[in-house]
Design a protein around this ligand. Structure first.
Ligand SMILES: [Zn+2]
Length: 256
């Protein structure tokens, strides 16, 4: 998404590789004399950082969580494709990183941004345009695509619920919540997705306690009867199960 303060543009995520002409045309229509001076990356995935080099070369500063810079500067394992993704060239790396929260001004707009711990990757952030009341959340809300947990970086279902609670806390009924894919959501829609994630978390904990794997979970209909469906339920359950390995200490009878 893009925000314009006269000719000073703030962009959240730079799009997939190869989409720069399309993005450029959209920005020209949005603000003909605008120049992107600040680019946020909501996380390290290519769909969010694919055109970073172009904006960086044109003088934009790139703000992201420190973990996003780390994942971009090292080769990463892509488990479901059984290969390594090469580290990104230095020109694509964020130029300004933070750990918890921070803020900036663009014209009269106050922009607050902060860390969403282990929700989709280990470096997710929100970007809140306070005065316009628009909240960009990257892949931490997923109304269109299946919710995804990049467990290799540490993302897990409990992290996702916690992150959505943070987003609920900083939003109100008028907030326009902008996910990476799909149309803007209301706070009520975000709350509904959060509740589905929490229900899935409880069911997952129960199944893991029984020693079930993702296949058993599929057969037991773990994702049945919820207010959303999955295009690839096995992949989600596989990643969610993997993501739980680092959190088995939280799975005790007192948790649920
Ligand atoms: Zn992503």
């Amino acid at each position: 998404m893009a925000f314009s303060a006269t000719d000073n543009l703030v962009l959240v995520d730079s799009g997939a590789p190869g989409s720069s002409a399309q993005l450029d045309a959209a920005l020209k229509t949005f603000a003909p004399n605008g120049r992107v001076q600040t680019l946020f990356n909501t996380h390290y995935h290519l769909d969010q950082t694919g055109n970073n080099e172009t904006f960086s070369a044109a003088g934009a500063k790139i703000i992201a969580h420190e973990r996003t810079r780390q994942w971009m500067s090292t080769d990463t394992w892509v488990p479901d494709q059984d290969r390594y993704e090469k580290a990104r060239p230095k020109a694509a790396w964020p130029t300004q990183t933070f750990l918890t929260t921070s803020s900036m001004r663009a014209g009269s707009e106050t922009i607050e941004y902060g860390y969403l711990t282990l929700a989709h990757t280990s470096g997710d952030i929100y970007v809140h345009f306070r005065d316009s009341n628009v909240l960009a959340v990257g892949d931490v809300a997923s109304p269109l695509r299946d919710p995804a947990l990049d467990y290799f970086t540490g993302a897990w279902i409990g992290g996702r619920v916690d992150a959505m609670d943070v987003l609920l806390k900083i939003s109100n009924d008028q907030t326009k919540i902008v996910p990476a894919y799909g149309v803007a959501m209301t706070r009520a829609q975000l709350k509904a997705e959060r509740d589905v994630m929490e229900e899935v978390r409880v069911r997952l904990f129960n199944k893991i306690r029984e020693g079930a794997g993702p296949k058993d979970m599929m057969e037991a209909g773990l994702l049945n009867g919820l207010s959303r469906t999955w295009k690839d339920p096995y992949k989600f359950l596989y990643d969610a199960s993997k993501g739980l390995w680092a959190h088995h200490n939280k799975i005790d009878p007192n948790v649920v």
